[in-house]
Design a protein around this ligand. Structure first.
Ligand code: 1GP
Length: 259
């Protein structure tokens, strides 16, 4: 079994202060398998550290498998699943976030789906990175599909309660999510408060569309910054130029945080 958390993420974090993550959503309605491969190529050339594969609406495992195989032709970076549901688990990935949507109203998204997915993880001998998934307003599709009781943006202490619970329950990472394509991202106040009080790595994603916003997340305490929409959009518009600039700024901010 590959151990991406222990052997790649944690040492890189210690050395560089932050990891930039590119999210590719293997959804046939969004892009073809070849385009997915192109996104992986662009993300790698732009300097990203890690590729997440997943989304709330991708249900076709064979399409996910093929997309990962295509991406692997263009990158040596670890590919980690970010599954929106149990059909999002592919044996071709290197590792996977084993997500529990702690602030869901529906136990299926907290532990039910996980119990079913565990058989596949066992069969695939795949690393399950236990990750508490916390959805903050506005939440977008992930919030709706996961039946989340969205964490209020103006009450950071409520997010902190869930983050502390995640650490006490033994999760390896926390994912603060504002929802893919949201018009706003997770507030720095929430990230900062969580960072001050928990010691496990914090992933932040959803609605991070500009370099300044990405840098603000790092300076507030994000350990992994996830961008999906920006990768999709800049690939089409400016051939990924602004993604490369953002990644450069994120990495610089990570170094600054280490000083
Ligand atoms: C969604 O956090 C990710 O789960 C990425 O969101 O597409 O808005 O970058 P964006």
């Amino acid at each position: 079994m590959k151990k991406i958390l222990k052997e790649y993420i944690l040492p890189k974090l210690k050395k560089e202060g932050v990891l930039h993550v590119s999210l590719i959503d293997p959804d046939p309605l969004r892009q073809s398998i070849e385009e997915g491969g192109k996104m992986g190529k662009f993300a790698t050339e732009s300097g990203t550290d890690l590729i997440f594969i997943g989304g709330s609406t991708c249900f076709d495992r064979s399409f996910i498998d093929k997309t990962i195989i295509e991406i692997k032709k263009h990158t040596d970076l670890p590919i980690i699943l970010f599954p929106g549901n149990i059909s999002g688990i592919s044996a071709h990935a290197d590792s996977a976030l084993f997500l529990s949507l702690l602030n869901s109203r529906n136990h299926y998204f907290i532990s039910g789906q996980q119990a079913l997915a565990s058989f596949t993880f066992k069969a695939f001998n795949m690393e399950p990175i236990g990750t508490a998934y916390l959805i903050v307003e506005p939440g977008s599709g992930a919030g709706w599909l996961g039946d989340a009781k969205l964490l209020p943006r103006n009450k950071p202490e409520l997010s902190l309660g869930y983050a502390l619970a995640a650490e006490y329950l033994g999760f390896k990472m926390i994912y603060l999510e504002a929802g893919s394509g949201s018009n706003t991202s997770v507030p720095e106040q929430i990230i900062g408060l969580v960072k001050k009080n928990v010691s496990i790595p914090i992933i932040v994603g959803g609605g991070i569309k500009t370099t300044d916003d990405a840098v603000a997340k790092v300076m507030a305490g994000a350990d992994l910054v996830v961008q999906g929409t920006m990768l999709e959009e800049t690939l089409l518009k400016d051939k990924g130029k602004s993604l490369a600039e953002t990644i450069k700024a994120v990495k610089l901010a990570g170094k600054k945080r280490l000083e």
